[in-house]
Design a protein around this ligand. Structure first.
Ligand code: BEZ
Length: 221
């Protein structure tokens, strides 16, 4: 079964990209990284996604996250498509602010379980689904999301989950439903009340529930 699981070391693959040949771990250079795959170059939904990703690139950089896209066409097509993407963003003279991996033989897409069996290209081969991998500074997979080719992603949501991943990598908390930075967070179930009191100087509040169990513990960081 191809694919990669949370906590696995992300493969240190070599690939041709729009910035030349890379070795993935060297590209990441111990930073956070986000790799997002696309079904095909010069396709409408992908173009809107890449344009949005480009417009948010400063926000990814602010979080120390290196961006890289992947599609199953070659570098020449990627370079031509990048120009369309930036023109779509009304910035025709700016380069796309992140590279695109050329996975023409679908080697990486196959290895990482990124193919969408419901979307077949003109040669009858499945195209890449819309996969998102967030990789930590330890080169391990911290999050993966897989959308079919027909559903575009929400890159604001990706920034939100990165904020959660980076926060929860540092503190013994978890972020509740629809959390955004600045909202209260929840104390991890495996932290004792005594430890929580010491760890969270702003205090811990408990939401009462019929079971009487005290597991809904919030704190403001
Ligand atoms: C698109 O990017 O618009 C797209 C690509 C492949 C299948 C469906 C949509």
């Amino acid at each position: 079964m191809p694919g990669i699981l949370l906590g696995d070391e992300f493969p240190n693959f070599e690939a041709d990209t729009t910035i030349g040949r890379i070795k993935f771990h060297d590209f990441l250079d111990k930073s956070w990284g986000i790799l997002f795959s696309h079904p095909k170059d010069f396709t409408p939904v992908c173009t809107t996604e890449l344009a949005c990703a480009a417009s948010l690139s400063d926000k990814f950089a602010k979080r120390g996250v290196k961006m890289i896209a992947l599609s199953v066409d070659g570098v020449e097509d990627h370079c031509g498509w990048s120009k369309d993407v930036m023109a779509f963003n009304s910035q025709p003279s700016s380069p796309l602010p992140f590279p695109i991996i050329a996975d023409e033989k679908r080697e990486l897409a196959t290895k990482l379980g990124m193919l969408d069996p419901d979307e077949i290209d003109a040669d009858g081969i499945p195209v890449t689904a819309r996969c998102v991998f967030v990789i930590g500074p330890d080169n391990r997979l911290k999050l993966s999301i897989l959308y079919p080719a027909t559903t575009g992603r929400n890159f604001d949501e990706l920034l939100r989950v990165i904020d959660s991943l980076q926060l929860t990598a540092q503190k013994k908390v978890a972020t509740p439903v629809n959390w955004k930075p600045g909202d209260k967070v929840m104390v991890l179930p495996n932290v004792s009340d005594a430890d929580a009191a010491a760890l969270f100087p702003n205090g811990v509040t408990n939401k009462e529930v019929p079971s009487g169990k005290k597991y809904l513990r919030y704190t403001q960081l």
